[in-house]
Design a protein around this ligand. Structure first.
Ligand code: LLP
Length: 439
């Protein structure tokens, strides 16, 4: 079994994270509960940022907050000196509430609303990543009304396919995101925005996909974009100060996954950008990246209590936990794989394999198939690893199941950073029927 970060087994044969016994956490907070190893998030943040700094490359590392956003998480991102990528008014509002430095906020999205862009302009955010022609018009109109100028990046699709699950490909030509680099749309968008007095065009952005294990996709994308920048440099006499290559750096969910380390991704990207810009005698742009999953994914563990079980003779043994696709929709949505152990006795001898079912009313609500575990007794605690990215942020109230709380652990201390939803919360927005039937 592979343990990430500070996760280990203590002398009581209990799983410990951040110096805190997970059995104690369960007694204190109940289950299901998401636990984040803060030291590991800091380690990851520093690995990305320090690599740029040590090589003297101007950069911004923006945390892609869709992976997990909360006020405490944004406070942590601020402490570590990273920037922040938001994709909706809700994420932006969370950043405002967390008092995140607005000049380090980058706003993404393929259909930003007028109210969302207004919020961004009113709070003077660092830049808007403009996605389409509709947005150019809308943003320009709003800047005119507010008499403001905004820094922008243009999101382009460089036509690179990253080798990952189809559902999470975003960089290929046939994509809902961005301006196509090859068919002239990106050039048209660049000319339009350069001509506008309301825009400060910082440069280009691309994001080629997610859970990518090598650097080839990133370096190919960088090369394609710089080739285009060279053409534009000659034709339009413009060279942008910023090249943003997005996120997508892979993590190790199971031993089938073999990602590079953060510093290796960064170094290989830097080498390619340096090589290509040198080749054309162009200046080196600032390099920005947007890791999400690779900052928080491995740092998150979900603890569940095991309840019912079902034995289908000669087929499979099922055991059910007190959560499921409501707190982790990734197995149902992407066939995502996870590893897990019993948190209350991780070193006990493995006896059999069990398939872990969620409690939602849907056959597809299975978290893990055929997991080797010791003999199960009632109230055993299951720790599912690597749930820190797109777990809480994609959690939902299917079957009106309240969302679990989030706990940060570090240096032997635990802190509640998102409260458990209550049944009261569940019905908070409901209104009774105004009956039209005469009684
Ligand atoms: N930047 C942009 C523009 C993105 O669209 C994304 C992810 C990221 C950065 C961060 O990517 P990461 O480093 O986290 O891979 N729900 C899916 C992932 C969707 C990712 C969408 N965009 C999942 O659970 O795997």
């Amino acid at each position: 079994m592979y343990f990430h970060g500070t996760t280990k087994v203590n002398e009581k044969n209990h799983l410990e994270i951040g110096g805190v016994d997970t059995v104690n956490l369960v007694q204190k907070y109940g289950t299901p509960v998401y636990v984040y190893d803060v030291a590991l998030i800091r380690e990851r943040a520093r690995a990305f940022k320090d690599t740029f700094d040590q090589l003297g490359i101007k950069s911004q590392v923006a945390y892609a907050s869709k992976a997990f956003s909360s006020i405490a998480m944004f406070n942590l991102v601020k402490e570590e000196g990273l920037s922040l990528d938001v994709v909706s008014g809700g994420e932006l509002y969370t950043a405002i509430a967390a008092k995140f430095p607005m000049d380090r906020v980058h706003f993404h999205g393929n259909n930003k609303g007028k109210d969302e862009l207004e919020l961004a302009l009113d709070y003077n955010i660092g830049c808007v990543v403009v996605d389409n022609f509709y947005e150019i018009e809308l943003l320009q109109q709003l800047c005119m009304e507010k008499n403001k100028k905004i820094s922008i990046l243009l999101r382009v699709t460089p036509g690179i396919e990253a080798h990952t699950h189809d559902y999470i490909l975003t960089g290929q030509e046939d994509s809902k995101f961005g301006f196509d680099l090859q068919n002239g749309q990106a050039e048209q968008a660049l000319i339009m925005t350069l001509e506008s007095k309301y825009f400060n065009v910082l440069g280009l952005h691309c994001h080629i996909g997610s859970q990518i294990f090598d650097s080839t996709g990133f370096t190919l994308a960088a090369r394609k974009i710089i080739d285009q920048l060279y053409n534009w440099h000659n034709k339009l006499k413009y060279f942008p100060p910023v090249l943003n290559l997005g996120g997508g750096f892979g993590i190790r969910y199971t031993d089938e996954d073999e990602p590079l380390s953060p510093d290796s991704y960064v170094k290989e990207i830097i080498i390619e950008v340096q090589k290509r810009t040198n080749y054309y005698h162009l200046p080196l742009p600032e390099i920005w990246i947007e890791p999400g999953r690779s900052l928080v994914g491995e740092a998150g563990t979900t603890l569940y209590t095991i309840g019912s079980s079902k034995d289908v003779p000669n087929v499979r043994k099922y055991i059910a936990v007190d959560g499921g696709m409501s707190d982790n929709i990734r197995p149902a949505l992407y066939e995502a794989k996870y590893e897990a152990v019993l948190a209350n006795r991780p070193l006990d001898v493995v006896e059999d394999s069990f398939s872990i079912a969620g409690k939602c009313c849907e056959s597809g609500d299975m978290l893990i198939w055929d997991l080797p575990l010791p003999k199960i007794v009632n109230d055993d605690i299951l720790a599912v690893f690597c749930t820190g990215a797109y777990g809480y942020s994609m959690a939902n109230n299917y079957n009106r199941i309240p969302r679990p709380p989030v706990i940060f652990v570090e240096n032997g201390e635990d802190q509640l950073v998102v409260k458990r939803e209550t049944y009261e919360d569940i019905i908070r927005l409901d209104l009774p029927l105004e009956s039209k039937i005469n009684s």
